[in-house]
Design a protein around this ligand. Structure first.
Ligand code: ZN
Length: 271
């Protein structure tokens, strides 16, 4: 599933090809995505010039003077820049054909992604209005997390994966960040002191930034017809290592389901 680093890499990959370009036509092959593609989208976007390509959480926001296209890649979505005469493959649901002769193509086999349109401030759109701060932004810090955690008995792992608390901390990144910070993922969020949240904030920023950096090497995939967008294979310290030994101390890694998500920790390094 595309996580925040993959979405940010997608944004960086497509942005230079879109910014300043004018939309000439839209081809909708399959409007039934997670939410239906608005039937009047071709009309709304007709002759609009793309001003900005931004990201909020895992949403890509393509801004024009008239409004904003909000795109989510769901479980299996991708966006590519192609020549408009590239024959569509199965699951290539939408094409945004640009006046310069290229095309932005949305591909999504499982159709959990979405392409919606708003003419209001996108931050007030129902999909975005409830989102917590960006993990790499200035509003996300230890006093904020510590304050939000006060009195909460939910596990710290489920807490940091809640997009109302902070956006974009997916399961793999939550496991890795908690390992780096030395925090047991099962610990109640409200029973962690401020200095430990300081460590956790640094760890979350690190694992996401490292993944985004790695993603930079896959940028060419966004203008390549055949290559699949590479999801980042970071060296994982803890995630998925059932039955293996901790790289730091040699203890057997523990695993259990927590909030229905696979959870891994070292009982010696994390408490
Ligand atoms: Zn260990």
């Amino acid at each position: 599933m595309p996580e925040l680093p993959e979405v940010e890499t997608t944004r960086r990959g497509i942005s230079p090809h879109l910014t300043g370009q004018t939309v000439q036509a839209i081809v909708v092959r399959q409007p039934r995505l997670r939410w239906p593609v608005p039937p009047d989208l071709p009309e709304k976007l007709d002759r609009q010039t793309i001003r900005t390509v931004e990201r909020r959480g895992k949403y890509i926001l393509i801004g024009t003077n008239r409004g904003t296209l909000i795109v989510h890649l769901g479980m299996s979505g991708s966006l590519r820049i192609l020549a408009p005469d590239s024959p569509p493959r199965k699951h290539d649901h939408l094409d945004f054909i640009l006046a310069n002769g290229t095309c932005l193509r949305f591909h999504d086999p499982r159709r959990f992604g979405c392409v919606v349109w708003t003419e209001d401030d996108p931050s007030t759109h129902p999909l975005l209005a409830e989102l917590g701060p960006e993990p790499l932004g200035e509003c996300f810090d230890a006093p904020y997390l510590h304050g939000k955690a006060r009195g909460r008995s939910v596990s710290v792992k489920s807490f940091i994966m809640d997009s109302r608390i902070v956006v974009g901390v997916g399961n793999i990144y939550a496991n890795e960040a908690l390992f780096r910070a030395g925090i047991d993922p099962r610990r109640p969020a409200g029973r962690i002191a401020l200095p430990r949240y300081e460590k956790l904030v640094v760890s979350i920023r690190e694992v996401l930034s490292e993944a985004i950096e790695q993603g930079g090497t896959t940028l060419r995939d966004f203008v390549n017809e055949t290559g699949s967008p590479g999801y980042f294979q970071q060296t994982l310290q803890i995630y998925g290592r059932t039955g293996e030994l901790c790289r730091r101390c040699g203890e057997l890694i523990r695993t259990q389901r927590l909030g229905q998500r696979s959870t891994y920790w070292c009982p010696n390094c994390q408490h």
